[in-house]
Design a protein around this ligand. Structure first.
Ligand code: NAD
Ligand code: MG
Length: 404
């Protein structure tokens, strides 16, 4: 491999963001190369990715999956198979790596995201849960080790593009009064609470504009995705909660906006396709061709905006309250949500139980200062146990267990 190509590791390469990242990388074989790929257990997809991208390392978190991949890679393959957390940390922090795409879903992404920050890498951050859980630790690691954090979540990428930043990508606040965080409103934007109580996982995952993994799709339907993004924006842009306003924009064309003290509002627009923020992160500070269709505003005709309804979508309020509480409340909120979403996807609880379970967990689990990674991980574990217990007790008044 030619040494002047930038070496990229993709954590969560078999997921929605991972696939889009490899699509963009494959358009720039002259300037970008894959150093490492990592996934949980999808051996078939990983095998094909190894054939196409010839990474130096492929990491499978599950041991049996790592063994299977080792057996199925052809003799003489350039790819070495690693396993588990040690493998993730290796490809996140190796000296040869220039940039790390953090696209594992959920809190499982925190240790490897931190490892990339501690190694001073260009950190392309899609894994919002790691920032929600350990925002203090992650931002401190970025500062202390000279890492460059480039947000890949489309809203934060839009804000980043509309905000002045220094040469290391650190946002500067000069003249910024407020951030307008746009939300599509998800598939249940116009549904009543009663209708949502009957929603199936497939209905929740049928997002009107974006094609994404199932966990973030459910988060988009409950607006917890916007709640997590609210917390994410506080950390990345060092904003006070009052400086962030959520605006529902059903077309998902304006990806977010920054308002300045002189009355100017800068917006970033584009088709809803993750390859735009991914290409921006991979090319920064230059621009790369991404394969995304150009935006046709005349064909669109109109862009609508409305206020979110926190009565029907309590997750937004819960995230805001977790920020106000501070400490490990955000990690607890995130962990309770992950457990509740998984239970909903397994049809153990109904959709409207998700916010109830989060609220009860936040009320009942103790909140402490998130001083170290192990304190944050302990809070995550406790919250998971608590929410799991609430589900098995059938604690929520409307909880219907064993739905078919
Ligand atoms: P996905 O479910 O499609 O993919 C998840 C990836 O993580 C897979 O490669 C899987 O193998 C890996 N993974 C799962 N559990 C793991 C574990 N325990 N250890 C290591 N790897 C594990 O998810 P996605 O939609 O690509 O989302 C990834 C992250 O990006 C999430 O944090 C999500 O919130 C964020 N994000 C996604 C989108 C999108 O368009 N999909 C947009 C913005 C932000
Ligand atoms: Mg987003």
């Amino acid at each position: 491999m030619s040494k002047n190509r930038r070496m990229i590791s993709v954590l969560g390469s078999t997921g929605s963001v991972g696939l889009n990242t490899l699509d963009v990388i494959s358009r720039h074989g002259d300037s970008l190369a894959v150093f490492g790929l990592a996934a949980n257990s999808s051996v078939d997809i990983m095998l094909e990715q190894c054939r196409v991208h010839q990474p130096r390392f492929a990491v499978m978190v599950q041991e049996a999956a790592a063994q299977e991949l080792r057996q199925r890679l052809p003799d003489g393959s350039v790819t070495e198979v690693l396993q588990g957390a040690a493998g993730l940390n290796k490809i996140a922090a190796d000296d040869e790596v220039d940039a790390v795409m953090a696209a594992i879903v959920g809190s499982a992404g925190l240790p490897s995201t931190l490892a990339a920050a501690n190694a001073g890498k260009v950190l392309l951050l899609a894994n919002k849960e790691s920032l929600v859980m350990g925002g203090h630790l992650l931002m401190q690691a970025v500062r202390e080790h000279g890492a460059t954090l480039l947000p890949i979540d489309s809203e934060h990428n839009a804000i980043f593009q509309c905000m002045p930043v220094d040469t290391n990508g650190t946002p500067l606040h000069a003249g910024v009064s407020k951030v307008l965080l746009t939300a599509s409103g998800g598939p249940f934007r116009t549904w009543t609470s009663q209708q949502m109580a009957e929603a199936t996982p497939d209905q929740a995952c049928a997002h009107p504009n974006w094609s994404m993994g199932r966990k973030i799709s459910v988060d988009s339907a409950s607006l917890m995705n916007k709640g997590l993004e609210f917390i994410e924006a506080c950390w990345i842009f060092d904003l006070r909660p009052q400086q962030i306003e959520v605006v529902v924009h059903p077309q998902s064309i304006v990806h977010s906006m920054v308002q300045y003290v002189d009355g100017s509002v800068l917006a970033q627009l584009g088709n809803p396709d993750m390859r735009t923020p991914i290409a921006y992160g991979l090319g920064w500070p230059d621009r790369l061709e991404s394969g995304v269709e150009p935006l046709d505003l005349v064909a669109l005709g109109r862009l609508d905006f409305e206020s979110p309804d926190e009565g029907r979508f309590p997750c937004l309020r819960l995230a805001r309250e977790a920020v106000a509480t501070g400490g490990t409340a955000m990690a607890v909120c995130n962990a309770a949500n992950e457990v509740a979403v998984e239970a909903f996807l397994q049809k153990t609880i109904c959709f409207t139980d998700i916010p109830r379970l989060i609220e009860q967990t936040l009320e009942q689990v103790s909140i402490v200062e998130p001083t170290t990674l192990s304190v944050v991980e302990q809070a995550d574990r406790e919250a998971r146990q608590h929410t799991t217990q609430l589900i098995s007790d059938g604690a929520s008044p409307t909880m219907s267990r064993g739905r078919g």
